[in-house]
Design a protein around this ligand. Structure first.
Ligand code: HEM
Length: 122
């Protein structure tokens, strides 16, 4: 059974919606999302995550590298987003095994999100 089936479409949508709300309001990473279309972002994120978790592949957003490349995202920003996602899942009562599997898949995408680390001393 896929993670998508184990967690369920409705629960994935609920978690992502709560998670993104946190990202938008967050003191550390909220500024990245200023002046972005939050509804579109959530829609693309949901389609992306659905496919990532083994559900239907209906993602029609841009490639992750193209989207994030112009943004000055550094490792602490990535870690902050990861923490907010984990907290949202925990508060929703998602099983630890499912949380770890979901987070594990996102962690693999890190090289696509972060800028070239050779130019960063952080
Ligand atoms: C594994 C981690 C991540 C995944 C899977 C992910 C996924 C996505 C997706 C699917 C989109 C929508 C693409 C589109 O609209 O065509 C997006 C956009 C965006 N992401 Fe991420 N993202 C991740 C990490 C981050 C981090 C760490 C930040 C900043 C702290 C960030 C900031 C943004 C912003 C600001 C946009 C909107 C860009 C724009 O519309 O110009 N993302 N992301």
């Amino acid at each position: 059974m896929s993670l998508y089936e184990e967690i369920g479409a409705e629960r994935i949508a609920k978690i992502l919606s709560l998670f993104y709300q946190r990202c938008f309001e967050d003191v550390m990473i909220g500024h990245f999302f200023f002046e972005k279309n939050h509804d579109e972002l959530l829609k693309h994120q949901l389609a992306f995550t659905t496919a990532m978790l083994g559900g239907p592949s209906g993602y029609q957003g841009r490639a992750l590298t193209n989207v994030h490349d112009p943004l000055p995202i550094r490792p602490p920003h990535f870690a902050r987003r990861r923490m907010l996602l984990k907290e949202t899942m925990e508060e929703d009562g998602l099983e630890k095994m499912l949380i770890d599997s979901w987070i594990g898949l996102e962690d693999k995408l890190k090289p696509l999100i972060l800028k070239d680390q050779s130019s960063c001393r952080a």
